[in-house]
Design a protein around this ligand. Structure first.
Ligand code: NAD
Length: 357
């Protein structure tokens, strides 16, 4: 194992890392188990090429930590983990199938301490192969065995989270508010429709001009060129495209009161939470507001299969966002700080309870 990899594993603040080198494909497999205080660990599987395999390990550790936050913030009985398949080249056909089968058997051999699902670079077709080797895959409907698309749940969760945040910031509903949705993909596209139904006026921006046009046309909204997204007047900016759009360059440009969207890792660096707070812009922490898909999968594992019930439970996201924003407002601090405290509280209580047993 290279020095870079062993040093990073030694420095990991989590439970541990399962590593496997898949010789036939030259792929490093990293399964990072961050925290199992709340239950068995679960998180997606990302497949991509990194400059160095050790960069894949670092990514997996960061993402695993994020999953611990996501589960704990919502009080769900799962621990945080994430897997990365750091490939040496793009894999297709039999090579890809072979890797996924061996990966599936590795997950099965862990006996359930880790369950997984799709993430960047892995597809429903990949998961059809993995599911052939292990039952520890999440997001599978227990009766139909169909793989569930988390996008609609994520969009609904963001909608409820935004609705709750608007209630805290403007003392009213979404009706008449202007929302800029950045990224009209799986999540953003559906969010545009939900916002329109709630009476908001929607601006859409996407580097794919056709995607922006068609979403905007559906709801009688306007499009905004991608480069003007940050400096355009709106009540709410909803980042639903890529990470790190909130940074030292963009935050001074923003002309909104609230940021509430689905993208992962919206802050480029921790200091950006304070930059937003100093400008009086309220930020709904990404790992809470975008947790709708994770919440739906957790409910499925718990035996809830009615899609109407699953969608209704997305209001939990709204309640959690409102609680965090209220706590932050009381202490005049960034919602990121309040959310972090909520996570720590949940973990500490669970640790205390397990010591009492
Ligand atoms: P997607 O790929 O379907 O859509 C992303 C859209 O953003 C595309 O239309 C793309 O053209 C656009 N885009 C990319 N870069 C852009 C840029 N610089 N400016 C403007 N538009 C840009 O992805 P998705 O599934 O809708 O996910 C959106 C975001 O939400 C991602 O950050 C994802 O990690 C996060 N997220 C998604 C889910 C889910 O259930 N799909 C769950 C949690 C978090």
């Amino acid at each position: 194992m290279s020095n870079g990899i062993s040093r990073r594993i030694e420095a990991f603040d989590g439970v541990g890392v399962i590593t496997r080198y898949d010789r036939p494909t030259g792929t490093w497999i990293f399964i990072c188990i961050h925290d199992d205080t709340l239950g068995s660990t679960t998180g997606g599987t990302r497949m991509r090429q990194y400059p160095e395999p050790a960069d894949g390990l670092t990514d997996a550790m960061r993402l695993a930590r994020g999953m611990t936050h996501k589960w704990a913030a919502l009080g769900l009985p799962f621990g945080g983990a994430k897997a990365v398949l750091a490939t040496s080249r793009p894999l297709v056909g039999e090579e890809r199938t072979g890797l996924l089968e061996r990966y599936g058997r590795l997950i099965e051999s862990l006996g359930g301490i880790f369950a997984t699902g799709e993430d960047l670079g892995t597809t429903p077709e990949d998961f059809a192969i993995i599911t052939g080797q292990t039952s520890f895959v999440h997001g599978i409907h227990p009766e139909t065995r169909e793989k569930i698309d988390p996008g609609p749940f994520t969009a609904r969760g963001v909608f409820h989270g935004m609705q709750a945040a608007v209630g805290e910031v403007f003392d009213g509903g979404l009706e008449g508010r202007t929302v800029m949705v950045q990224g009209a993909g799986h999540v953003g596209g559906r969010l545009v429709d939900l916002l329109h139904e709630a009476g908001a006026s929607v601006l859409v921006t996407d580097i794919d001009g056709d995607a922006a046009e068609s979403a905007a046309a559906r709801v009688g909204g306007a499009t905004v060129p991608a480069e003007d997204a940050y400096a355009t007047d709106c009540d709410v900016y909803a980042p639903c495209a890529i990470g790190a759009t909130l940074n030292a360059e963009t935050i001074p440009l923003l002309r909104c009161r609230l940021v509430a969207g689905s993208a992962n890792n919206q802050l480029a660096e921790p200091e950006d939470a304070d930059r937003l707070h100093d400008r009086g812009i309220i930020y709904a922490p990404d790992y809470i507001i975008n947790a709708g898909g994770a919440l739906a999968f957790a409910l499925l594992i718990g035996g809830e299969t009615e899609s109407e019930v699953l969608f209704t439970r997305m209001t939990d996201i709204g309640e959690t966002v409102a609680e965090v924003l209220r706590e932050a407002a009381r202490s005049d601090e960034s919602p990121v700080t309040a959310a972090g405290r909520r996570v720590e509280r949940t973990l500490q209580e669970a640790r205390g309870a397990s010591q009492d047993d």
